[in-house]
Design a protein. Structure first.
Length: 277
């Protein structure tokens, strides 16, 4: 959730919270970029020299080494990762959730598929999901997630970004020409504010500062947990092929044993195995 420390993103989120957009009812987050085809590598092989593969696998289930599920390619293997939704997408979904000021969704619906790549990737290359927020007495709000990792022309002029929609205007947060920032538009679609900047690793500096000061970071563990939950719920919808209701207070999926089982994973016992609540 790198953007929690980026000044332009902080200012853009402040616009979303200021009332200048009117009633903010929806945000859209997307991951639109061209990923590499990893090809097909059947079978297994010895780990590279110097790699402690047992430690590399960590708490995940032990799977014999294959280069197409190691290092960065692990992102596309369910045993080790979450696909690009939980890789890059966690950052954009965090911004969208931050802009709306919401926590856990009530419903997650939509679909995911592997349309483009014919390789060893297990995770989808295309996703379209909706997250519904707001219970009784709360303002109904929604987040839309779009992912297409098979082209390089972006979406709404941005490769990975968000849009925040209100009754009086909207804004986009992302990167233009390698400069991060936000652009605000009025109801007629006229741009009324353009705030961009380059800059170093603000997020890493915040971490170092918090280590020294023992203060809470801009993105603490609870923030990360709430935003990561959207990624897991989206993947559960994709893998089960059906919509999922979520009880945020209990962090449980009621009435769906298959989906509920996907809220956790099987850990190797000698690693830190979470205990049941």
């Amino acid at each position: 959730m790198l953007s929690r420390s980026r000044p332009t993103t902080i200012r853009g989120i402040a616009v979303s919270h200021s009332g200048r957009l009117g009633r903010v009812l929806m945000a859209k987050a997307w991951n639109s970029q061209l990923r590499a085809d990893i090809g097909k590598k059947p079978g297994t092989a010895p780990p590279p020299p110097g790699v402690d593969y047992d430690t590399w696998v960590g708490p995940a289930e032990m799977t014999p080494f294959n280069d197409n599920r190691s290092h960065d390619k692990r992102h596309w293997n369910w045993n080790f990762s979450t696909g690009d939704m939980g890789n890059d997408g966690a950052n954009q979904l965090d911004q969208a959730r931050w802009a709306l000021g919401v926590g856990h969704p009530r419903w997650t619906s939509g679909s995911g598929a592997k349309y483009f790549f014919d390789d060893d990737q297990q995770t989808p290359d295309t996703m379209n999901l909706s997250f519904d927020f707001g219970g009784p007495g709360q303002t109904p709000q929604g987040i839309i997630w779009e992912m297409r990792i098979w082209h390089d022309y972006g979406l709404e002029q941005i490769d990975d970004g968000i849009a925040v929609y209100g009754t009086e205007g909207f804004l986009r947060i992302g990167r233009w020409n390698r400069r991060w920032g936000f652009r605000m538009f009025d109801k007629a679609g006229k741009m009324v504010e353009d705030d961009q900047e380059g800059g170093p690793g603000f997020h890493m500096q915040n971490f170092v500062d918090c280590v020294a000061s023992r203060t809470r970071p801009n993105c603490d563990i609870e923030i990360g947990h709430l935003s990561s939950a959207l990624c897991h719920l989206g993947n559960i919808v994709h893998r089960t092929g059906r919509n999922v209701a979520f009880d945020g207070a209990r962090e449980a999926i009621p009435g769906d044993a298959e989906a509920k089982a996907m809220l956790k994973r099987n850990y190797r016992e000698y690693w830190a195995t979470p205990k049941e609540a």
